[in-house]
Every structure is written in structure tokens, then in C-alpha cells.
Design a protein around this ligand. Structure first.
Ligand code: FMN
Length: 164
């Protein structure tokens, strides 16, 4: 069993490293999976881009996936996890999890920055209308102001319980 990840700005990589150390197995970037692990068991973590888990299709071709984690800036919810399974076409035999990651506008390249400036303004405006925010929604609100992280080992508890 190995951990495979696809990360753009590093938050998914942080989760992958935590998971690999908890499971005591190696972690590889999706583009560097050694030949000897191809076709074998893996858990895949990919960052979320417009509701899709980046790298999932390639990871599913390379390895026998036992679980897939999407890492995004939205607050976690069962609805979001279900939507990820449906959108990516992940079979019911594979566990699907959503992990709240982090966001840093400064780490984004030009085109992504432009899209996210607009998107973050929209998210911040929507959340500011709410009387109360959960801690996870507060984390998203913080991220929508340019930078923030919700990465924590505690968020991996469900994935770990599933894999063990
Ligand atoms: C262009 C772009 C699109 C994104 N789309 C989503 C999305 O649909 N849902 C979500 O929750 N987060 C979305 N995000 C936020 C990232 O998934 C989040 O910041 C994630 O933690 C990044 O992981 P990374 O540091 O491993 O790249 C998007 C970010 C960018 C730059």
C-alpha cells in the first residue's frame, strides 16, 4: 500500500505526508509513482479544481485505489463527498473522503489567481451574510480573504479508520 497525491500549492501534499507517516507507508507524487507500485494498492489524494479531484483518472489507471480523498477549501459535508463520488465516477468499492485543505492566493499562478480573486470575493460575500459560522465555515471565510489552512491530523481520522 502506498499514498499517491496530486497537489498544486502544497496542502494536499501535507495531508499525504501525514497519512503516509500514520500508515507507515511511502508517499509519492502522482507523476513519480515507481514502476514496482503500479497496479498495487494505494490511497489517492488530489486537490479540488472546479468540483473535480485533479489526477483521479490517472491515479485509477496506475494503481488499485482503496480510497480517494479530495482536498478543497469548502467546508466539509456529506453532500460534497457524495457529489465528488458521482462527478468522478468512483466505484462504490472505493472509499471517498473530503478533507478541508488550505488556500494561499500568493502561491497561485496568473490565470488561477484571476479566477480565484473573483471566486473568493463571492464566497466571502456569501458567508458574511450568515449570522453564525461553524469553525469549518470560518476557515473557508479566512481562506477567501487570501490565505488560510484547515489542514490537521484530526481531519484524517475517518480515512485512517476506513483503511485500517
Ligand atoms: C482554480 C481553482 C479552483 C478551485 N476549485 C475548488 C473547488 O471546486 N472546490 C473547493 O472546495 N476548493 C477549490 N479550490 C481550492 C483548492 O482545492 C484548495 O485550496 C486546496 O487545498 C489546494 O490544494 P493544494 O495546495 O494541494 O493544491 C480551487 C482552487 C483553485 C486555485
Amino acid at each position: 500500500m502506498i499514498v499517491v497525491y496530486k497537489s498544486n500549492t502544497g496542502y494536499t501534499k501535507q495531508y499525504a505526508k501525514m497519512l503516509s507517516s500514520k500508515l507507515d507507508v511511502p508517499a509519492y507524487s502522482l507523476d513519480e509513482v515507481p514502476e514496482c507500485h503500479r497496479g498495487r494498492d494505494a490511497v489517492f489524494l488530489g486537490w479540488l479544481f472546479a468540483g473535480s479531484i485533479v489526477g483521479y483518472k490517472k491515479a485509477a489507471r496506475l494503481c488499485r485505489l482503496r480510497a480517494v480523498c479530495g482536498v478543497g477549501m469548502s467546508p466539509p459535508s456529506q453532500k460534497l463527498t457524495d457529489a465528488l463520488r458521482a462527478k468522478m465516477g468512483i466505484p462504490s468499492s472505493v472509499g471517498v473522503f473530503y478533507l478541508q485543505g488550505g488556500f494561499d492566493m500568493e502561491k497561485l499562478s496568473g490565470p488561477f489567481k484571476l479566477v480565484m480573486k473573483y471566486k473568493c470575493r463571492e464566497i466571502a460575500e456569501r458567508l458574511s451574510l450568515r449570522a453564525e459560522l461553524s469553525p469549518e465555515e470560518q476557515a473557508t471565510y479566512q481562506m477567501a480573504h487570501g490565505e488560510g489552512s484547515a489542514v490537521s491530523e484530526a481531519n484524517l481520522a475517518e480515512v485512517l479508520a476506513y483503511l485500517r
